[in-house]
Structure formats: C-alpha cells, structure tokens
Ligand binder design. Structure first.
Ligand code: FES
Length: 97
C-alpha cells in the first residue's frame, strides 16, 4: 500500500498555468491510497504548475493535466520518476529546462 502524497500548488501563478486542472486530473486518475493535497505557494511560481511527491521529495515543474497520467503510472505506481518534468532547481542532473 502506497503512503505517497501528491502536493499540488493552488496559488496564483500556478493557477494561471492550469494548476486547478492538474489537481482535478490527479483526483480523478489516482487511486485512493495516494493522498492528493492542494497546497499553497511552493516558491517556484515561474515554473508552475508545481507538483511535489512526498515522502520522495521529488519536485515536478510545468505540469500540465495531460502529464498526470504519466506521473501516476510511472512514479506513483512504479516508483520511476518522470525525468522530463523534474524541477531543475532540485534535480539538476536529470532536467532539461
Ligand atoms: S504559485 Fe505555485 S509555486 Fe508559487
């Protein structure tokens, strides 16, 4: 059973970049054993929508609703990060901003 949490920023800048649709996609596509948590600004407003997966401490940036299925299947179900969406500030080795 997973104990992961997905924190989805719902503050101003991320909302203008589709964060409410991203949140809705997680809520509709992710199994109930993963907690989907709307959260305030994460300080990464210029690269929204910002999504963090905990306790893995993995940060995703520029997340769009169409990316949610990939995150759900790859990371939440199989523990494989989605490298193309990793935030370059926190995961500089893998990201190509
Ligand atoms: S508004 Fe989402 S990280 Fe700041």
């Amino acid at each position: 059973m997973s104990s992961k949490q997905v924190l989805v920023c719902q503050h101003h800048s991320c909302l203008t970049q589709g964060a409410s649709e991203v949140l809705a996609a997680f809520l509709s596509q992710v199994s109930s054993d993963v907690a989907i948590v709307p959260i305030g600004c994460q300080g990464q407003c210029h690269l929204g929508a910002t999504v963090r997966v905990m306790p893995d401490e993995v940060w995703y940036c520029r997340v769009k609703p169409q990316d949610v299925e990939t995150i759900a299947q790859s990371h939440l179900q199989n523990d494989q990060t989605v490298d193309r969406l990793l935030h370059p500030r926190f995961h500089p080795t893998y990201s190509t901003p």
